[in-house]
Write a protein that binds this ligand. Structure first.
Ligand SMILES: [Zn+2]
Ligand SMILES: [Zn+2]
Length: 101
């Protein structure tokens, strides 16, 4: 089961939508990871990798298409704030963790 949570910047208060952890996957085995689209901000992107492929971890790439516009977007490190640029993003403890499939 995958889990998603809101990430929030301790410096400027910027908040993401619910995004997954790095290379997380649910029952469908589709591996997803957060990316930073220049237009849409932090998004959860499908990597095209399947968790049942034993070597999927070695096939990780640095960029994946944004699910909204398809633009190739760099993986987001879950630390750097897209708004103020400080490494002060973290899981917002007050937000409930959303479980998906
Ligand atoms: Zn910030
Ligand atoms: Zn986009």
């Amino acid at each position: 089961m995958g889990s998603a949570s809101v990430h929030r910047c301790r410096s400027c208060g910027y908040e993401t939508d619910y995004i997954t952890l790095d290379f997380d996957y649910g029952m469908s085995a589709v591996v997803v990871t957060p990316v930073l689209c220049a237009t849409h901000g932090v998004m959860t992107a499908e990597t095209g990798l399947m968790a049942w492929d034993t070597d999927w971890e070695s096939q990780k790439a640095d960029e994946y298409p944004c699910p909204e516009c398809g633009e190739l977007s760099p993986r987001w490190n879950r630390r750097t704030c897209p708004q103020c640029g400080k490494k002060s993003m973290g899981i917002w403890r007050d937000s409930p963790v959303m479980m998906w499939d």
